[in-house]
Ligand binder design. Structure first.
Ligand code: ARG
Length: 587
């Protein structure tokens, strides 16, 4: 498609004498495929040519050379490019064939490396529902970049350092009557719920015994000093946290090449601060060390008065270390919009230091997950409305609800159509399919709108089989799969009689399919999984009208139509997979 656009632009440029880039930029997509696949507006030419736009369009059509397989049509002040019957379908099939052989949808990123810092929760407590956002967006970005040819380094910048670990160590010790030996011996019994219980329990305990705050700080200081008892406890706590995280990540298909938590940079902080000093930008301010980053935001705090380093110090060390080790062209930080100031400060310090990594750093912010409160209003995280509930619990709930829906759908189908043999699921299949559709629905809900927008957690609409939902797209995919299972022969592209594939519904499917590579490029450039989510919705809708409108497939499953079904099915599968949904063959 992009190639065709270029050929169209070339034909126009040759004819009008305009610059190729300008022509290409002016070309738009007509609102209706029947008008053509591309449209060039002649209005801006009216002034220089001293002619009415429709006259200019007519003249261009009369004398410009149409690219092969196309015709030029004047429509008002536009020159439209229309494809000859079946060309759109041929292009769709060929485009899918092309990306299937390279297993890359686009080659725009070949030779470049991107680092994606995502999910990156604080260790030592459970994931709650809103953590789904960074995880879903980041995992989708990794897959999208990969599909565009980039080399991807997925990094989890786990929050595994700080006073909260002093608190956990202290709580653990108290649970063992302050007996270090007993506490050590009991470490294997620690689970995520132990950590969570201690994490939640610290605050009320410290309210009764205020000395605990200071003790916790001391325990963290001992951890920093690599004291054996503190270190052993901490290691076990992190091990348990990572194992629990991985259990959730597999359900999302979220993968990390590296778990490099904040603690990893501990021994690199002094060198980093020295580098800042060398750059001549480190300033003393009320006993603390800071770097000024601009008039509209406060300076970046590098070291506190008490000598402690900060979250920002570790991010500075991390950015430099990562760039040196991975040589990335881009580094994405998939972190909520609430940390925008933090990243502006960090990136500006890097820039003022003259660090080469500075220009590739991009904060990829996203909005909040809102839940419905008691009062019916949407608001930030609350345990009651479900957004503050443990993430795995919500995933279980979503899967269970889908399971119920599927069981009752099957019963309904059997009642309506007793004679027809029913596709029945084994219990295991039912579990797998419900998990894929349920978890996928949650993920889709987080990806369907532009990431800057807040999302709404409302399980009923998230799990609905209709509307802008994951299940709706899954259904379109399952329908295509079922047509292929039942249907006849799929013709080989070389033998296809393309001109048979020219009904409007067919062309719509073909048109959407052939836009996949350019949509992916746009999605990658904007770091917007929603572009792919909207693409998947569009394709699902096109598929829906293709399969329903004429009942084409039940009535006349020509080998050409089956080829298009297969092409659409592959494209939908790929789009779903990029987003992190597992396509299901039947539902
Ligand atoms: N652990 C942090 C939090 O939960 C997010 C870390 C994001 N990544 C980073 N490089 N700062 O808020």
């Amino acid at each position: 498609m992009t190639e065709l656009k270029t050929r169209f632009a070339q034909a126009l440029a040759t004819h009008t004498g305009l610059e190729l880039g300008a022509v290409e930029a002016a070309i738009a997509r007509p609102p209706d495929l029947a008008l053509g696949v591309f449209a060039f507006p002649c209005f801006p030419l009216a002034k220089t040519l001293r002619k009415a736009p429709p006259a200019i369009a007519a003249e261009i059509v009369a004398s410009a050379q149409a690219p092969e397989g196309t015709e030029l049509v004047a429509a008002g002040g536009y020159v439209n490019l229309r494809l000859q019957p079946g060309i759109l379908a041929r292009q769709a099939v060929e485009s899918v064939q092309a990306w299937q052989t390279t297993s890359r949808v686009s080659g725009s990123g070949v030779g470049r490396t991107v680092l994606v810092d995502y999910s990156s929760p604080n260790a030592g407590k459970e994931l709650v529902y809103h953590h789904i956002r960074s995880t879903a967006i980041g995992a989708a970005l990794c897959r999208m970049y990969e599909a565009a040819g980039w080399k991807v380094e997925a990094v989890n910048h786990l929050g595994d350092w700080g006073t909260q670990f002093g608190k956990l160590i202290l709580m653990w010790l108290r649970e063992h009557g302050m007996d270090q030996e007993a506490a050590l011996a009991d470490l294997p019994s620690v689970t995520l719920s132990t950590l969570n219980r201690m994490y939640v329990g610290f605050k009320p305990a410290a309210a009764e015994d205020p000395a605990m705050e200071e003790e916790a700080r001391l325990w963290f200081a001992r951890l920093e000093a690599k004291e054996a008892f503190a270190r052993t406890c901490w290691e076990r706590f992190i091990e348990v946290s990572i194992a629990a995280l991985n259990e959730v990540y597999v359900r999302f298909g979220a993968k990390f090449d590296h778990f490099l938590g904040e603690s990893f940079y501990e021994d690199k902080l002094e060198a980093t601060i020295e580098r800042i000093r060398q750059a001549g930008i480190l300033e003393e301010s009320e006993g603390a060390q800071v770097v000024r980053v601009g008039d509209d935001i406060p300076p970046c705090l590098i070291r506190k008065r008490d000598g402690a380093t900060l979250y920002a110090t570790r991010d500075l060390a991390a950015a430099i270390w990562r760039h040196e080790h991975f040589g990335c062209d881009r580094a994405l930080y998939v972190v909520d919009a609430g940390q925008s100031f933090h990243f502006r400060q960090v990136f500006e310090v890097l820039r003022r230091m003259g660090e080469p990594c500075a220009h590739g750093c991009i904060h990829v912010p996203f909005g909040l997950v809102l839940g419905k409160g008691e009062d019916g209003n949407w608001s930030k995280v609350s345990t009651r409305s479900g957004t503050g509930a443990p993430l795995p619990d919500v995933m279980d709930r979503a899967a269970a609800r889908i399971r119920e829906t599927m069981v009752s759908l099957a019963e309904k189908r059997a009642l309506e159509n007793p004679s027809r043999e029913q596709d029945s699921f084994s219990d295991r299949e039912l579990d797998q399919v419900s998990e894929a559709i349920g978890v996928g629905a949650l993920v889709f809900n987080e990806l369907k709108s532009r990431r800057a927008a807040d999302t709404r957690f409302d399980l009923d609409s998230i799990l609905s089989f209709e509307g802008d939902t994951g299940p709706y797209i899954q259904y379109a995919y399952a329908r295509l799969s079922s047509i292929l299972r039942k249907g006849g022969e799929v013709i080989a592209p070389e033998a296809a009689r393309w001109s048979l594939l020219c009904e409007p519904e067919t062309e719509r499917v073909a048109s959407v399919v052939s836009q996949f590579p350019e949509r992916l490029d746009a999605a990658v450039e904007a770091n917007e999984p929603s572009v792919i989510a909207q693409f998947a919705l569009e394709l699902a809708e096109a598929v829906h009208s293709f399969t329903h409108h004429h009942r084409v497939l039940e009535v006349d499953a020509t080998p050409e139509r089956m080829l298009l079904v297969e092409t659409a099915r592959r494209t939908l599968a790929k789009a779903l997979t990029l987003l992190g949904l597992t396509p299901v063959e039947r539902m």
